[in-house]
Design a protein around this ligand. Structure first.
Ligand code: SF4
Length: 255
């Protein structure tokens, strides 16, 4: 988004959703700050950031860049999160360029629908880490739609497929699926593992957590999480299981 300043210059602004100064969970092995972009084209049934899906809080990107120039003293990277950052291409690219210029790593959490923006970031050398949500098997666009739009619309899974085609060009890539036992079955996870098997991404199974009074889908128990992991391991050599007890890498049992 671009607006005119009082002096007639063009100023890039972002619809800003807030920030976390230091996070050690948004980019494995790194301390990063997290910048939240407001607005998203999805309405996932289990969205934890629903307060960021709408509304306007326009901030000049130079304020974010000034913040990063201080933050670089205590973090090694910045992760863009939301909402959906790729809906705001100009501020996303401008802040990413500035962050790279300062020597910070740049990470992106995305739902993948605007794969063209991801591609542009990759081609411009602006992306060091990507975390792509794959919310359901790509062979089940109706199920995908029920999860990501909370209604009967089908998801255009071809766009997610395009995003998957790109992520192997990013130095560090993960694909993430959030699991509630009454939304996805272990067989669905095996199908997603098949969808992503030709990428270089690490597959992360994330324990879904209910928000009381808002959505109360069934969170998996630790042993159920391992059943989902086993289903992915029919296809992949290893998966990461992430939940309230932390994160562990699970490998395929060799016989
Ligand atoms: S894509 Fe992410 S931010 Fe958008 S609705 Fe889904 S969970 Fe929320």
């Amino acid at each position: 988004m671009v607006r005119q300043s009082l002096w007639g210059d063009s100023v890039v602004v972002m619809n800003y959703g807030g920030r976390t100064d230091v996070s050690t969970v948004d980019w494995s092995g790194k301390a990063v700050c997290v910048i939240f972009f407001r607005g998203c084209q999805m309405r996932c049934v289990y969205c934890h950031n629903y307060h960021l899906l709408e509304g306007k809080n326009l901030v000049d990107v130079s304020e974010i860049i000034s913040y990063l120039s201080l933050a670089k003293n205590f973090v090694s990277g910045v992760v863009f999160c939301g909402g959906e950052p790729t809906l705001q291409k100009e501020p996303l690219l401008e802040i990413s360029r500035a962050a790279k210029h300062m020597g910070l790593g740049v990470g992106l959490n995305t739902n993948g629908l605007r794969w063209q923006v991801i591609n542009e970031m990759v081609e411009k050398g602006l992306l060091d880490f990507i975390s792509l949500d794959v919310k359901a098997p790509l062979s089940k666009p109706e199920l995908y739609g029920r999860i990501c739009y909370s209604d009967e619309r089908k998801c255009d899974v071809e766009k997610i497929r395009k995003a998957l085609d790109i992520i192997s060009n990013v130095k560090e890539a993960e694909v993430r699926t959030t699991i509630f036992t009454n939304l996805l079955t272990p067989e669905d996870i095996r199908l997603i593992a098949d969808d992503i098997k030709n990428t270089s991404a690490v597959y992360v199974l994330q324990e879904g957590m209910s928000v009381k009074g808002r959505f109360e889908y069934r969170s998996p128990t630790p042993s159920e999480m391992m059943e989902y992991a086993d289903a992915a391991l029919d296809v992949l050599d290893r998966v990461v299981v992430r939940g309230r007890e932390g994160e562990k890498i699970v490998g395929r049992k060799r016989v």
